[in-house]
Ligand binder design. Structure first.
Ligand code: 3HC
Length: 681
């Protein structure tokens, strides 16, 4: 039974036990309804505690039930019955009380939280709004402005802040249930949030701020609308309006996409090596104190690991140390790191050195040196002779052959790719790149380290660019073709932003540095197929020493307050069109994004077919978490299934009339279209 009821000394304890996260499934709701009915009839009771077994309080409604017709009793009815009890009801919250779980706690008359617990209403992140009274009870408890913040952002609030906001009535330092009992012993009055008034305030500027952040996602603004429309309204009317909007959003395209990506982000941990034992990593070593190396060091230090960072000489090591501490100081300012932890790191948690030999004690070493196979192979040869025999050696390469790096060592089974994204202490994505000889324990260690660092790890096979950069390379090429054929870089970037990405492909390259793109193109040029159309524009821009933002010009000019299209670059584009006999034509934003998406999908299909990615969802997780693909659109592979594989193939075949080499359809796409299949199947 997922819900049990015990009575002891006049106190009823309802315990929900529905692993793994105590989701409020139908069985839980029915169990709660039965327990509440039994309590209502028992006149000997003086108080009720609502608690959960396992690792967390109820983490929300059962998301797996969302696609299906609702089965009574509804969570709202259960909460109403709980709130109506005539003896004080206290929620004892540990872990995370989220969504419907937090709404259940708001239906209780009081809340005692474990000191490590969190509460939150993350519904907007699933494309919906709170549907069991969250938009009505929370403002009545803590006021409108903090409710707007919590409900439209979905952020989790820790116990200490919950106490300050008035969400928690008490925080338990040791024994949660004992504290909840002690709270009831103070004989608190029954206090029902539904009986309080809600006050309309705090809406100034909220709409503008939220719509800017939402970038096309509907739910945060719909949540704000409901808060605004129902502020000051009678409770029952407010609940009715909340229910209407909840029902409307529940099966919306955005909600389906967001649910899909929620589950895809959980699927990624299911790898063939999941049962292997990871090597414990307490002290990673890092080679290279550039942008990536220092970012990775900061990520490890923020996760509580100690780090040894190696640079080529003492001055470079000192510079790297300053960079890492600079990143961590910014984390202190953003409230992500306590000052005392910063002091501890500065005093010894971070060691920087110019001696590779100091890596002899590291459990795992991540090389983040210059992106060149020869350079990396030389480092790995050295490292192999220095690192302890059981140590795992990782490379942070973003596209080189990890197998060719592993093969220069005497321990290819212990070599892996860990492709972090910049800035590595902020970006969540990590591609764990598995060369053919890697042992399962090595892969498991990569995943365990990612978990420790709070990263979203996706398993990738070895190929040029792995999953993400390989897809980027395909759609960047397509963007270059569109540019040469007539669309201005600013038009293409505007189409990306209109689709919901934070920036366009050309702005992104200007920010990353066009010299990096250029070096990459030169490295890959010997392997380029002669049938491939090649656009020289970026090479010509770079030849003039214009590397993007850092040199003041690239696709855009950065001399003024805000970037504007760069005239010299526009002239280069016009000249290239002339040279190639291209008559510029116009493209609408939809046409641009259609081609970009088709390029992503076709390359994604190849990646799947080659076994580089385990599942279509893994590709979408990479695109959403590493490349700014709007989460509420699910990802390119999700979109392909929504449109239908057959239709995708049809569109690609039409485009192939213009460029048969670029648009040659993936074999998997053809097979699926013939079989009437879907990527997800
Ligand atoms: N419903 C169904 N399954 C859920 C779930 C939910 N609400 N939350 C988590 N799960 C499942 C996961 O899919 C995963 O399943 P798997 O093992 O088969 O892959 C398993 O529970 C464990 O989840 P995690 O791997 O995420 O475990 P963590 O310990 O890392 O995180 C958590 C736990 C913080 C609770 C995280 O799972 C989470 O954020 N869950 C979603 C919370 C949420 O969004 N709640 C709101 C739901 S909507 C709602 O309540 C509507 C209401 O207003 C009516």
């Amino acid at each position: 039974m997922p819900v049990s009821l015990t009575r002891d000394d006049g106190i009823a304890v309802i315990t929900i036990d529905n692993p793994p996260v105590n989701a409020a499934s139908h069985a839980v709701r029915q169990g709660l309804a039965d327990a509440i009915a039994a309590i209502a009839e028992d006149k000997t009771l003086r108080g009720v505690i609502l608690a959960c077994a396992g690792k967390t309080f109820v983490a929300g409604a059962d998301i797996r039930e969302f696609g299906k017709p609702p089965v009574p009793p509804s969570l709202r009815d259960v909460i109403a019955a709980l709130e109506a009890l005539t003896i004080p009801v206290v929620a004892a919250i540990h872990g995370t009380a989220l969504g419907g779980g937090f709404e259940l706690a708001l239906g209780c008359h009081y809340r005692v939280m474990d000191r490590n617990a969190f509460v939150g209403l993350p519904e907007v992140t699933l494309g919906i709004i709170p549907g069991a009274g969250g938009t009505q009870r929370l403002p009545r408890l803590i006021g409108m402005a903090p409710s707007i913040d919590m409900i439209t952002s979905g952020r989790r609030v820790p116990a200490k802040e919950a106490l300050e906001l008035g969400i928690a009535d008490n925080v338990a330092e040791h024994d949660l249930l004992a504290e909840a009992r002690a709270f009831i012993a103070t004989k608190p009055a029954v206090r029902r949030l539904c009986d309080l008034l809600s006050i309309a305030a705090g809406f100034t500027d909220a709409h503008k701020q939220i719509s800017q952040k939402a970038r096309g996602q509907a739910s945060p603004l719909r949540a704000l609308d409901v808060l605004e429309e129902t502020a000051g309204m009678d409770f029952a009317q407010g609940m009715a309006r909340e229910a209407e909007v909840f029902a409307e959003l529940r099966n919306s395209d955005q909600a389906r996409a967001l649910r899909y990506i929620f589950f895809a982000e959980r699927e990624i941990a299911k790898i063939p090596e999941a049962e292997a034992r990871p090597v414990p990593v307490a002290q990673p070593g890092i080679i290279g104190g550039g942008l990536m190396g220092t970012g990775i060091a900061a990520a490890a230090l923020l996760a509580g690991l100690s780090v040894i960072l190696v640079e080529r000489d003492r001055p470079s090591a000192d510079l790297a140390r300053d960079r890492v501490l600079g990143l961590l100081r910014a984390s202190v300012e953003r409230g992500k790191l306590a000052q005392s932890d910063f002091d501890r790191i500065a005093a010894g948690g971070l060691r920087t050195t110019a001696a590779m030999a100091d890596l002899s004690t590291a459990d795992l070493v991540i090389e983040a040196a210059f992106e060149d196979l020869g350079v990396k192979q030389a480092i790995f040869r050295d490292l192999d002779s220095i690192a302890k025999p059981e140590a795992i050696l990782a490379t942070n390469t973003s596209y080189l052959d990890v197998g060719a790096i592993a093969d220069v060592t005497s321990r290819p089974k212990q070599v892996i790719g860990l492709h972090f994204f910049s800035p590595a202490h902020i970006m969540k994505l990590l591609e764990v790149v598995v060369p053919p000889n890697a042992a399962p324990e090595t892969v498991a260690t990569g995943f365990a380290l990612a978990r420790k660092l709070g990263k979203i790890a996706v398993r990738a096979g070895v190929c040029d660019g792995f999953i993400g950069n390989r897809i980027l390379s395909a759609y960047r090429k397509q963007a270059e073709y569109l540019m040469e054929d007539g669309a201005a870089p600013a038009e293409i970037d505007a189409a990306f932003r209109g689709f919901g990405l934070p920036m366009g492909v050309f702005e992104m390259q200007d920010m990353a540095g066009l010299d990096i793109v250029w070096a990459n193109r030169k490295a890959l040029s010997p392997r380029r197929d002669p049938r491939e159309r090649y656009v020289r524009i970026v090479d010509l821009i770079c030849e003039r020493g214009r590397f993007g933002r850092k040199t003041g010009s690239g696709y855009y000019n950065y001399a003024g307050k805000s970037p504007v299209p760069d005239e010299e670059t526009l002239a280069i584009i016009a000249e290239e069109r002339r040279r190639n006999g291209v008559t510029a034509r116009g493209f609408t934003s939809d046409e641009i994004m259609d081609r970009i998406l088709l390029a992503m999908i076709n390359e994604g299909a190849r990646i799947l077919d080659e076994g580089i990615a385990l599942r279509p969802g893994d590709i979408d997780v990479v695109m959403v978490n590493g490349y700014g693909f709007p989460r509420w659109r699910g990802g390119p592979m999700f979109i392909a299934d929504e449109i239908g594989v057959k239709e995708i193939l049809r569109r690609i075949e039409i485009l192939a009339r213009e460029d048969a080499w670029f648009w040659r359809p993936s074999a998997l796409l053809i097979r699926l279209a013939e079989a009437g299949g879907k990527f997800a199947k």
